[in-house]
Design a protein around this ligand. Structure first.
Ligand code: NAD
Length: 502
């Protein structure tokens, strides 16, 4: 069924007006059909110092607002997002090309992190620590860090902002958001929801608490390079992280880097193959392979390799590729033609490295969009292309004989985001999760590598950057820790028994 709402209808429903969408030189295209849907004004470089100064002023006010009160703003944001879920989800679909349920799922993730952060606003706990000195108490307290830059990628255009912003706000930090230049409209629409929450909150929220800047890498660089920006949370390619990480480190700022992944699944002989097939297909082709946690490498025990590959080919043959707004579609478009070209080039290289390719054919599901059938590349080993993250639906398949070999293959890539094993063997499952198992930030058993819940800390090791966001104690990255010792005695004993009598 062809959707009846126009691009403009969808943008208007999310609160964006004709004035928001025109008058600039940043052309925004929908990956659905390549149509230009807006021309946005970019934030001039000359305005960046003022924007950062506004965030610094906002910090001076916001850090003193009690954390549970800060949580109230995030609670209201969650309410506004609930009300705007359909409208905002449709903009995600329009601008990032996600199928409808994934667009809505992304907004749900925003709502979930708001709920999490509201609870967190009453749980920013520090420890009380036993002091070695009599009549002393030692403790730690957590304080806000300061202005936080949130630089986001196109593929999770709103969820990643909310993971960072919900936490940064309850932790007492103002936020400056630089979304991907490919998805600025979802950012504008998210800010509409935020402004509604702010209007309901009351007047103890300072001006400039959350600001949006529009532009490409140079706009991000202004935030990265400013010593006034205390935290830089940057999500995107490892190429970007290699530039951003050292710049922030150079000025001793704090960075949270969420970079590329090259996620694997090990399928052991005891695996429930039907369940594994469902998990593989969802995690390899969902979001057209454009999740940082997409499954890219399948490491299958040689005794079941042929059978599993046949089952996958059967499943792939029926995958509906098409307009992401259509109810039956499971695979939408790639973000743009460059992305498709990179996928086709990767498949060429895989062929040259001895791979047998199934699928990976360009298709014209909707004129003007970059549509492709997901590919399976049966590889003779973990060659150079398999170790590279290609942000598209390519699944490389390799065989193994012993679990040790499988774990070696799993870990022998530069990236370390997500991983999983399908097995019914307890020893194998536990070994995979142990210190000698997966080296990734996320390691699962009998679940695919993608689709993380917000309750856990999200992020990965090695070239994935080492950052953690979202749940667990990821909030600590947005705060600074102070260790406090209080002497309530009438003596002044020194630590380590040092004597210094005067
Ligand atoms: P990208 O690196 O091209 O861009 C990401 C963001 O960084 C954009 O906002 C961009 O403008 C900005 N940027 C780029 N260079 C910069 C610079 N020098 N200084 C400051 N900002 C700069 O990534 P993309 O194509 O939008 O997204 C896809 C990539 O993101 C994939 O590699 C994917 O794995 C990764 N990703 C990782 C996670 C994670 O949590 N680990 C989540 C989503 C996406």
């Amino acid at each position: 069924m062809t959707p009846t709402r126009t691009h403009t209808d969808i943008l208007n429903a999310a609160g964006l007006t004709a004035t928001d969408l025109a008058g600039g030189d940043l052309a925004v295209h929908s990956p659905i059909d390549g149509a230009e849907i807006a021309r946005l004004r970019q934030t001039p470089a000359a305005q960046m110092p003022d924007i950062i100064a506004r965030a610094q002023s906002a910090f001076k006010v916001w850090r003193s607002v009690p954390a549970p009160r800060r949580g109230e703003l995030v609670r209201l944001l969650g309410e506004e997002l609930r009300a705007a879920k359909d409208a905002l989800g449709a903009v995600v679909t329009l601008e990032a090309g996600k199928i409808t349920s994934e667009g809505l799922g992304e907004v749900q993730e925003m709502i979930d992190i708001c709920d999490f952060a509201v609870g967190l606003s009453r749980q920013l706990y520090g420890l009380t620590i036993a002091s070695e000195r009599p009549g002393h108490r030692m403790m730690e307290t957590w304080h806000p860090m300061g202005p936080t830059a949130v630089i986001t990628a196109f593929n999770f255009p709103v969820a990643v902002w909310s993971w960072n912003t919900a936490l940064a706000l309850v932790c007492g930090n103002p936020v400056i958001w630089k979304p991907s230049e490919k998805t600025p409209l979802t950012a504008l629409a998210s800010m509409v929801a935020f402004q509604r929450a702010l209007a309901r909150f009351g007047d103890d929220a300072p001006e400039g608490l959350v600001q949006l800047v529009i532009g490409g890498p140079e706009t991000g660089a202004a935030l990265v390079e400013s010593p006034a920006v205390a935290v830089v949370s940057a999500t995107g390619s490892t190429r970007m992280g290699r530039i951003v990480g050292p710049k922030v480190a150079q000025r001793f700022g704090r960075s949270i880097l969420e970079l590329g992944g090259n996620n694997a699944m090990i399928v052991a002989p005891s695996a429930d193959l039907d369940m594994a097939v469902r998990a593989i297909v969802f995690s390899a082709v969902g979001t057209a392979g454009q999740r940082c946690t997409s499954l890219r490498r399948l490491i299958v025990h040689n005794s079941i390799r042929a059978e599993l590959v046949e089952k996958l080919k059967t499943a792939y043959a029926t995958l509906p590729v098409g307009d992401p707004r259509d109810a039956g579609t499971l695979v939408g478009p790639l973000i743009d033609a460059d992305s498709l070209a990179r996928m086709l080039a990767a498949l060429e290289q895989a062929r040259a490295e001895g791979g047998q390719i199934y699928g990976g054919e360009r298709c014209d599901a909707v004129a003007g969009g970059a549509y492709v059938t997901p590919a399976i590349a049966d590889m003779p080993g973990q060659s150079a292309i398999v170790k590279t993250e290609t942000f598209a639906p390519i699944l490389y398949v390799m065989g193994y004989d012993t679990l040790e070999d499988a774990i070696d293959l799993q870990n022998d890539v530069p990236q370390g985001l997500s991983s999983c094993i399908f097995t019914l063997n307890l020893r194998e499952a536990e070994a995979f999760l142990s210190a000698v198992g997966s080296d990734c930030g996320i390691a699962n058993v009998n679940i695919g590598p993608s689709g993380a819940e917000i309750g856990g800390a999200f992020g990965g090791e090695k070239e994935t950057g080492g950052g953690r966001e979202s749940g667990s104690d990821a909030w600590k990255a947005y705060m600074r820790r102070a260790t406090n010792t209080i002497n309530y005695s009438a003596q002044l004993p020194l630590a380590q028994g040092v004597k210094f009598d005067i």
